[in-house]
Design a protein around this ligand. Sequence first.
Ligand code: ATP
Length: 259
Amino acid sequence: MAFLSIDNVSHQYFTKMNYTKALQSISLSVEEGQFISFIGPSGCGKSTLLSIIAGIITPTEGSVRVNNTTVQRPSVSIGYMLQQDYLFPWKTIVDNVLLGPHIKGTLTNGLQQLAIQSLTEIGLEDVLHAYPSQLSGGMRQRAALVRTLMTDPHILLLDEPFSALDYQTKLKLEDLVSNTLKQFNKTSILVTHDIGEAIAMSDKIYLFSASPGSVFSSFHVPENLQQLTPFEARQHHDFPALFQHIWEELNSLESSTNR
Ligand SMILES: Nc1ncnc2c1ncn2[C@@H]1O[C@H](COP(=O)(O)OP(=O)(O)OP(=O)(O)O)[C@@H](O)[C@H]1O
């Protein structure tokens, strides 16, 4: 039994005047500890599918099961990291990271120590008591990662978490996030428009087609690339061929929808 299984999921958005068929018959499964990516043209339903996995949206058809339990509502066992960090500007970094346990009334000295240790490991030891506005975008995203991990989620959903960052920061954060998620053996799903990022970080990539969103094809990232850091994977001689293959499929898909 897969750790995460998406069974025949379809979704329509209803508005006052009409409806949009966002997803059509999506079925896929993810093993525990696996890192997968969703790529595809704008509007193919990647974010909708993440929201369904997170329990924020109930699909009009089909179901999602995590650890053999049907997802029916948002839960702390599914962590969400977005392009925007959503740190509270009036709280310090350490208080932002501890906000979840604080609200739930589960804050302990042990968790406080863990938060400080995790922020230190991720290079934020000098800004524990600073406010988000005093940090760079990359530093804020690192804090957002620690905050997401503090709830010890079973699955991490990453919706374009690096897309607002400059290229150098993005490459550094890809390594850091990948290393952290491997260390904690987290099951992760990344939505990205960056084919290179998908190859560098994932074990498997799903390419979606649009109108309505459905799985067009999937690609296994070779084991030898999976074992490298994302930065090293980008330099590997197997990287360009896979990049080219996905690029061609993405283009063939876009030209068939533009016809
Ligand atoms: N709240 C909503 N109400 C109505 N339609 C919506 C809503 N959210 C998304 N849609 C539509 O559903 C389809 C899928 O949108 P979604 O945001 O999931 O795609 P995406 O692949 O994540 O796009 P992008 O890559 O641009 O972020 C699109 O046609 C979009 O316009």
